[in-house]
Design a protein around this ligand. Structure first.
Ligand code: GLV
Ligand code: GLV
Length: 325
């Protein structure tokens, strides 16, 4: 197949191999950094397809810049809030994502964050490295237990359910919110569907797993944080804007909640003022899907979607199937 595709940043080789193996002319951003807006607009020009990342804003102007020969955008992420899907649909352009392959990996990071916050791992690691440890202490770094505690899952989609499933070994109670009831999930885990306010009031650990949309933007703001227990920990591996980050900093500072453990932020890579000063926050740089196996699988999935688009076939993970009429 002779076609000309652009990859906006270096991804694992197995994905690139699928593209070059199909005979495509593949150009990859030579620098290991996010393209500027101007670079992105220039780079997509004349391409038959683009493999893009969650750090690329793909709006109507980018689609226009690509040109009428462009056959679609394959996003290297499960979330696709970086793409104006409505604009793509108007242009008849398929958009795809990478669902499923990163479900457990992201749920595992949510657990890593939960544990880190519950047992104050980061704070105590700093304490030790900074040379403050003089002796074992009965009152040092007291954290919270998991057994018998309540885990609140906000959004019981693939990742939310995977997170909940892994709680079985820890003997936790599970609450969840979702637009729809999930009877099999309830049966498997004894999980109970409640409204968000009840979940916030009753949970010891609250983990966010909703997709970002206008409805979920600032889903957790000052009012919701005020409903949480003083000891409760908020975990976010979904998208930053789901939390009002400034309100979270206030809650952490006033200690009206126990802590937060975050992988995602409102304005990545910028964090709300004061957040990095909070000892009761665990902060990692959007690494939810970052394992060697999963990033390879995402690369291959994005490549397969792009190949299907170029062949005029239905992309297996198309998020706007309306384009196929
Ligand atoms: C990562 O955040 C993803 O959406 O895949
Ligand atoms: C994301 O893929 C989800 O459905 O949770």
């Amino acid at each position: 197949m002779s076609a000309n595709v652009y990859v906006t940043r270096l991804i694992p080789q197995s994905g690139l191999d699928l593209l070059t193996g199909a005979g495509l002319n593949v150009e990859v951003n030579p620098d290991d950094r996010v393209l500027t807006r101007g670079e992105l607009l220039a780079a997509v020009r004349g391409r038959d397809g683009v493999l893009c990342l969650l750090t690329d804003t793909i709006d109507d102007a980018v689609m226009e810049a690509a040109g009428p020969q462009c056959k679609g955008f394959a996003n290297y992420a499960v979330g696709y809030n970086n793409i104006d899907v409505a604009a793509a649909t108007r242009r008849g352009l398929p958009v795809s994502n990478t669902p499923g392959v990163l479900t457990d990996t992201t749920a595992e990071l949510a657990w890593a964050l939960l544990f880190a916050a519950a047992r104050r791992i980061v704070e105590s690691d700093y304490f030790l490295r900074d040379g403050h440890w003089e002796a074992w202490g009965p009152m040092q770094f007291l954290g919270s237990d998991l057994k018998g505690a309540t885990l609140g899952i906000v959004g019981a989609g693939r990742i939310g359910q995977a997170m909940a499933l892994k709680s079985v070994g820890f003997e936790m109670n599970v609450l969840y919110t979702d637009a729809v009831a999930r009877p099999e999930f309830e049966k498997a885990l004894g999980a109970r569907r409640v409204d968000l306010d009840a979940l916030l009031r009753e949970s010891d650990y609250i983990s966010l797993h909703v997709a970002l949309s206008p409805e979920t933007t600032h889903l957790i703001g000052a009012r919701e944080l005020a409903l949480m227990k003083e000891t409760a920990i908020l975990i976010n591996t979904s998208r930053g804007p789901v939390i009002d980050e400034a309100a979270l900093v206030e809650a952490l500072c006033a200690r009206t909640i126990g802590g937060a453990a975050l992988d995602v932020y409102e304005r990545e890579p910028i964090l709300a003022g004061g957040l990095t000063d909070m000892p009761n926050a665990v902060l990692v740089p959007h690494i939810g899907s970052a394992t060697r196996r999963t990033r390879g699988a995402m690369a291959e999935m994005a490549a397969r979607n792009l190949l299907a688009m170029l062949r005029g076939e239905r992309a297996p993970n198309c998020v706007n199937p309306e384009v196929y009429g």
